[in-house]
Design a binder for this molecule. Sequence first.
Ligand SMILES: Cc1cc2nc3c(=O)[nH]c(=O)nc-3n(C[C@H](O)[C@H](O)[C@H](O)COP(=O)(O)OP(=O)(O)OC[C@H]3O[C@@H](n4cnc5c(N)ncnc54)[C@H](O)[C@@H]3O)c2cc1C
Length: 353
Amino acid sequence: MSGLSNARVIVAGAGAFGSAIALRLVQSGARMTLVDPDLGLGRSASAVAAGMLAPALESVLDPETNVPFAMLRAARELWPAFEARIGRDIGLSRAGAAFVDLPGLEPRVEALRSKLKALGAEIAPPPASLDGLNAVFTPEDWRLSPAEALPALLGAFRAAGGTAVRGALAAVEPGAAVLADGGRLVADRVLLATGAAGLGLAPELSRLAPIKGQIVSYPDFTPPAGAPTLRCQGGYAAGGEDGLFVGATMEAGQNDLMADPATVERLHALAGRLYPAVRDLEPIPAVGVRATSPDGRPMVGPSAAPGVLLAVGARRNGWLLAPLVAEITAAYLADTDLGPWAEILAPARFADA
Ligand SMILES: Cc1cc2nc3c(=O)[nH]c(=O)nc-3n(C[C@H](O)[C@H](O)[C@H](O)COP(=O)(O)OP(=O)(O)OC[C@H]3O[C@@H](n4cnc5c(N)ncnc54)[C@H](O)[C@@H]3O)c2cc1C
């Protein structure tokens, strides 16, 4: 990666995309600064996410994601090596995921089984814990813990020589990034990984739309070891040592971080159906705002703004896609082979729109 050696790169945004990219680049010899007003505060969409790495069920449950299953699976396949890069525990679990039909809810298992088969996704017998339920199980879908992964990424970035600064990028000028407090950082390239924010920093960001997501968690409840993520009509329950996470709403066009009591109640009721043991626990609500591009796919690559690269529009799969987006970004900066997936993510696809 000689093209990256000593390049001065500023990454704005320390969510899943920005943190993964910053680590990937600093470990390749770039002189990196990561800037985020919420640094370490855990308020980004990445911080509240459930952490599912779910190429199979995301492909069939959210077709608007519009990313080929093969690409989502390729992204998941990068996680073990990326975990090694991080070098700390990120709660990576390969327990798989099951969609279950619950009494009184629209049955979907058979239709989803057909769709998964058509994709070529692996299907296996459901674990014994699901005996008696109509369920389809896939070992394709994994999980990590965002609460562990975000600080682990930041720690590994700093340990590799990266500088992390709490602050907001306000403008990009030739050779410099200007912060909201007036500070200037010398930069050969600026990478925007600002999620649903950052409007005005690059023209393409005006194409992003917000999708609010509400989720509840139960930090004191740990699902049984090896339990798969459970998905059903109306939601999911995913978790590990970091607790149980039950979500999530998809509120297109909404950009606020207010939890709605009726939604929290609905998610709590769903949680109790999937894990009766949480019925008497207090649900902890959290809200994040995802960003989506008009075609559902992220925008990764050069912006029309000189010296600026983008890694935005993660929609529902920012954690899943982060290592792949980091690889593609590193290839752009080092001017090496971009691989098979860069073209469909290139921001230039919206240039004439
Ligand atoms: C409830 C919920 C559940 C989800 N579950 C999953 C899941 O199970 N699996 C999965 O893969 N994805 C999931 N997602 C989606 C995932 O969270 C997002 O796709 C992903 O986190 C987006 O990452 P990001 O880095 O692009 O943006 P963000 O996480 O939004 O991070 C952007 C960062 O940029 C910073 N920033 C903004 N403006 C500036 C500026 N001017 N200068 C510097 N920094 C700035 C912000 O402070 C923020 O920290 C979920 C999302 C929600 C809301």
